[in-house]
Ligand binder design. Structure first.
Ligand code: SF4
Length: 291
């Protein structure tokens, strides 16, 4: 068979088409990354490398990372490039062999922005990390994600077995207030939360979910709001903890630096006392609270 006949055979041309599509996919397989924090102590269990991905599906008035909202800007990394970059910091992570029991000493957190918008890419990064873990004597690299869950459900499904620890930022439990604060109602998010919790519980992955509760004076700091939060949290079977975060207006400077108008002025910062009172209410309901 001549060279030409091979190249023009149906199998070869089908293979060529497949190869082109694989290559095209590979070329597109880059992540848009805003920044990497090498030693994060506030974004999941233990010391972590935190990857801030670009793009968000919400538009929170008080967003502390307004520079991460716009999609497809920032530096691009292939999955392998990001993996190799992250592995430079592995000595911080410790051993995370028992991550489902919630005692991981560290790892990697995907944050943003809304990292689940780049679920395909995170999947590829996690595959690369898994390949490299054994080479570096790590039993497994513990992966966490910080998400609002305002994404199509298949993005969650895609990463269910890749992400060890899910941190869900609950913006508001009332859908109208949620819409005012973020531009979107919360019904889809609550459905996704129920789905995620159901899947984690079915896999016996207890203590693999954290709810993040941003305490905003005048919006989420009342005892009645906290009682609603208790009801939600108590219904979850995979819940590990609730993290109380104090609203502060430092974001204003970041908005101004990003050339954006900060429209959430005049809201006072949440105080330590407010957090302590809310923590007491949540703990009285048997919930684990950190802040
Ligand atoms: S979900 Fe997070 S990153 Fe997105 S706008 Fe809200 S606070 Fe900002």
């Amino acid at each position: 068979m001549s060279k030409n006949s091979i190249e023009t055979s149906p199998q070869k041309s089908q293979f060529g088409t497949r190869l082109k599509s694989i290559l095209a996919k590979e070329i597109k397989s880059v992540g848009y990354i805003n920044s990497i924090e090498t030693l994060g102590a506030l974004d999941g269990p233990g010391l972590r490398s935190v990857v801030f991905l670009q793009g968000c599906s919400l538009a929170c008035k008080y967003c502390h990372n307004p520079e991460c909202i716009t999609p497809k800007v920032g530096r691009t990394y292939t999955a392998q490039e990001l993996c190799l970059e992250l592995l430079k910091y592995r000595s911080y992570w410790g051993d995370s062999t028992d991550m489902y029991a919630g005692i991981a000493t560290g790892g990697i957190t995907f944050s943003g922005g809304e990292p689940l918008l780049q679920a395909d890419y995170i999947q590829q990064v996690s595959e690369q990390l898994a390949k490299h873990a054994s080479k570096h004597s790590l039993a497994r690299i513990h992966l966490a994600i910080d998400t609002s869950l305002f994404v199509p459900q298949f993005h969650i499904q895609q990463l269910l077995n890749r992400i060890d620890y899910w941190m869900v930022s609950v913006k508001h439990l009332d859908t109208q207030a949620h819409k005012f604060l973020t531009g979107q109602g919360n019904k889809h998010i609550l459905r996704n939360l129920e789905y995620l919790d159901g899947q984690l519980a079915a896999a016996n992955r207890v203590k693999s979910l954290r709810l993040r509760y941003l305490v905003i004076p005048g919006y989420t700091d009342s005892t009645s709001y906290a009682a609603d939060f208790v009801r939600l949290a108590s219904s979850l079977r995979s819940l590990d903890s609730i993290e109380l975060l104090a609203y502060n207006s430092h974001a204003k400077t970041k908005w101004e630096m990003a050339g954006k108008k900060f429209s959430f002025g005049g809201i006072p910062d949440a105080t330590r006392n407010q957090l302590e009172l809310l923590a007491g209410q949540l703990r009285a309901a048997g919930l684990k609270v950190i802040y």
